[in-house]
Design a protein around this ligand. Sequence first.
Ligand code: GDP
Ligand code: MG
Length: 296
Amino acid sequence: MNSQSGMIAIVGRPNVGKSTLMNRILGEKLSITSRKPQTTRHRILGIKTIGSAQFVYVDTPGIHSNSESAMNRYLNRAATSGLEDVDIVIFVVDGEKWSSEDELVVEHLRNLEAPVVVVINKVDRVAQKDQLLPLIEKLSARMEFNAIIPLSALKGHGVDNLEQKLKELVPAGAHYYEEDQITDRSERFLVAERIREKLTRQLGQELPYALTVEIEQFKETGKLTEIAAVIWVERKGQKGIVIGNKGSRLRTVGQESREELEELLGRKIFLQLWVKVREGWSDDDRALQSLGYRES
Ligand SMILES: Nc1nc2c(ncn2[C@@H]2O[C@H](COP(=O)(O)OP(=O)(O)O)[C@@H](O)[C@H]2O)c(=O)[nH]1
Ligand SMILES: [Mg+2]
């Protein structure tokens, strides 16, 4: 049989819609999304098999110019390492805004051998298509791209054009994953991420960077799954903010998380959340490692 199989990295600066795009293509919410940078902190595979072709997408953290903390350095490594080994790169940009961080991404892509397809995302926000022309010119002047495809990951418009293009580009080869597998990540990982998404969306600008979620217990008891998670923050004051007035914020996060997790796992869930302080964990390489921030 003429099977096709390829690794497709989704790269770009933070917040352009990489994770939204992967979820849209897969038709599943695998990667968490939000308006804040650093929402995606790990590489996540999303696998889609259509007949004889297997597409293995790699969602990555945003490539960014800040390298001040150990976390920021980790994120950039996770975003850029292994790019030489993928078969296709999707470079996502925001149709509304080009920035110096996009330039930085181009620097990482310029010398790759794999074909690079540019996705101009968020075109639902662009009233007239010809508004995209200056951006297309700018892109074309930077390097040679295999294709430039405008689309809306959020609404789904134009995503089929991208998938069609990928089908043309994906090389011949054996499948690496079972036909019905959709990710390389465990349920435990997905659960921690969903809780972090709820926190990220609930909290103001600064705090999401200072927290991470660790699953301490994941136990099936009869019809119920018991999950206990620790929300790690960096300072005592942050703990108060996460908990909220009389525990109100933590309650909201817990309730929203539980509802989503029951849908994700298809089971009833008993969820317990604890907030704990670990000073400076995000700028400490060892703490990062022990909290799951290690390269695979
Ligand atoms: N209007 C609009 N918003 C989008 C689109 N794609 C993503 N977004 C929003 O942009 C924000 C960042 O998305 P996310 O996927 O987390 O970006 P990432 O950091 O590149 O992974 C979220 O609030 C998304 O809902 C799109 O096509 N149109
Ligand atoms: Mg993301």
